[in-house]
Design a protein around this ligand. Structure first.
Ligand SMILES: N[C@@H](CCC(=O)N[C@@H](CS)C(=O)NCC(=O)O)C(=O)O
Length: 213
């Protein structure tokens, strides 16, 4: 059976959520965090050399990188519910937002978070530039979500899973104010109401409340 390694309150929530959406049977291995460092308490490097969650094991395959894992699972289990087909009119938007999740939003979010954690003053010009870039990314998402209910268009897709976890879960570690972005907040609430998402939280992050506003 598919084994999913999940670090609590992390990007690996994406994989638990996807498995619940697609009703893929899976064994969940939950990795806790060190209460002082917030890093994984156990050694994820024993599972994969990068030591970063998520990781899946499927037979002899050991795969990391949430984008790759999502694509792998969609290839095997999706009936074009969560990923528009190559000739679908929403396909290009889907690809854009699916890759935006890690290439832009998560990395932009992480840069600001780590600058703050490193104690770089907020008036440092590079820090200010990174915050401005993150704000521009959020504004860009918000404009998109003012016109459509989901990032790819009319229907919920894996691009929503990839991006929503950054905003609903990672903001538990690092506050980013979404009050100017009503479109994003409404979309986060829409995603969070999905039964598969609630099941994923119950199974992988029991007691955790996602940050939706
Ligand atoms: N690009 C990777 C990022 C994975 C990643 O950075 N995971 C974090 C949790 S959000 C992690 O495992 N951190 C453990 C550590 O820093 O030691 C992905 O999308 O899967």
């Amino acid at each position: 059976m598919l084994k999913v390694h999940h670090l609590v309150q992390s990007q690996s929530q994406r994989i638990v959520w996807l498995c619940e959406e697609l009703e893929i049977p899976y064994d969940l291995v939950i990795h806790g965090r060190d209460p002082v460092t917030n890093l994984p308490a156990g050694d994820l490097k024993a599972v994969h050399p990068l030591g970063l969650a998520p990781i899946i094991e499927d037979g002899v395959l050991v795969l990391s990188e949430s984008g790759a894992i999502v694509e792998y699972l969609l290839d095997r289990h999706d009936q074009e519910c969560l990923r528009p087909s190559p000739d679908h009119p929403d396909r290009a938007e889907f690809l854009h937002w699916f890759h935006f999740a890690n290439a832009n939003l998560q990395s932009g979010f992480g840069r600001v978070m780590f600058f703050d954690r490193a104690g770089v003053p907020r008036d440092n010009p590079v820090h200010a530039m990174l915050r401005a870039r993150l704000a521009a990314s959020l504004e860009y998402m918000d404009v998109r979500l003012a016109g459509v209910p989901y990032l790819a268009g009319e229907t919920f897709t894996a691009a929503d899973i990839m991006t929503a976890v950054t905003l609903a879960t990672m903001r538990a570690h690092f506050a980013v104010n979404l009050s100017p972005y009503g479109g994003i907040r409404a979309w986060l609430h829409r995603n969070a109401a999905r039964p598969a998402y609630r099941r994923a939280l119950e199974r992988g992050d029991s007691g955790f409340e996602p940050v939706l506003d």
